[in-house]
Design a protein around this ligand. Structure first.
Ligand code: SF4
Length: 287
């Protein structure tokens, strides 16, 4: 799947790295695809899994406090993790930062999960190729798009793809891991691109990096700048900060109180503000 031939070279087209695998045993940059004869095999499986709150996977507008089965994929080895979600979760959540690399593995699990009525949550750093992106809406409920220093040149394209996913019914949240040296001018450019592509009600999480550690004041400052234009801006990985709660942008009523990944109170009723009854964007139930 996702392979093009150029003479004796096989070119993997699952992600935008478009690795050229010239001889037997050549691996792609992802480390999980390898040339075997005239095929490029995906040699990945579910390596680790655990049940955790959906907030831990970076989604604040998807069934608050629900439990999801998070899993990581990696190169197949003996002793792979249990590949079946337990019965008491609302969905499966890929913890891999890029769903394109082990795509077929994620897609198989997504199909099984959807047959059971479970939500499917993925991450992407925008590396998926066009053929892979085209399959995403039929597989997932929600996607977290990760923007960081490494993909900074492609933020506009990633946001554009996010808008395309939303137009096809996929819920989208954006995780912005601020690169060092991000200036107010860069932020204004980000906001302009954001509002020209995604709808402004798409939640943005300003995510703390731990290497190097982003100062708390920087995260709050960035969030303040974004919240002048965007209604749902959060600061993640800074428990107790004032920007981990949700307020109604219309009447300012509190909607969801959180502490870190713990939901203290969820006041959203049938997807609406309990005070002014305006809809709150997100997936508040899965029915
Ligand atoms: S999925 Fe892996 S092998 Fe394929 S293009 Fe991307 S990095 Fe290369």
């Amino acid at each position: 799947m996702f392979v093009r031939r150029e003479g004796g070279t096989l070119i993997c087209q699952a992600c935008r790295h478009f690795c050229r695998l010239e001889k037997e045993g050549d691996s792609g940059r992802c480390g999980v695809r390898q040339r075997r004869g005239e095929r490029v095999n995906l040699e990945a499986s579910i390596r680790v899994s655990e049940v955790e709150p959906v907030e831990r996977r970076g989604f604040f507008h998807v069934v608050p406090a629900a439990r999801v089965w998070s899993y990581w994929t990696g190169k197949s080895e003996n002793g792979d993790a249990d590949a079946a979600p337990p019965p008491d979760v609302i969905g499966v959540a890929a913890a891999d930062p890029e769903a394109a690399w082990a795509f077929e593995c994620h897609a198989d699990l997504a199909r099984q999960a959807r047959e059971r009525g479970l939500a499917v949550l993925w991450n992407s750093r925008g590396l998926w190729s066009s053929p892979v992106l085209g399959l995403v809406p039929s597989l997932v409920t929600a996607v977290r798009l990760i923007l960081d220093g490494e993909n900074r040149e492609r933020w506009g394209k990633i946001l554009y793809e996010g808008a395309w996913l939303r137009s096809r019914g996929v819920w989208v949240e954006v995780a912005l891991i601020p690169p060092e040296g991000l200036t107010p001018r860069d932020l204004r450019h980000f906001l302009k691109t954001f509002t020209e592509t995604l709808t402004a009600d798409t939640p943005v999480h300003v995510v703390r990096s731990f290497s190097p550690r982003t100062p708390a004041a920087t995260l709050i400052q960035i969030a303040e700048a974004l919240s002048g234009v965007l209604p749902y801006v959060y600061v993640d990985h800074l428990p107790g900060n004032p920007r981990e709660n949700t307020f109604c942008p219309h009447c300012e009523a509190p909607l969801v109180y959180r502490f870190g990944w713990v939901v203290l109170e969820n006041r959203v009723k049938d997807g609406r503000c309990p005070e002014c009854h305006k809809p709150v964007p997100g997936r508040w139930t899965l029915s």
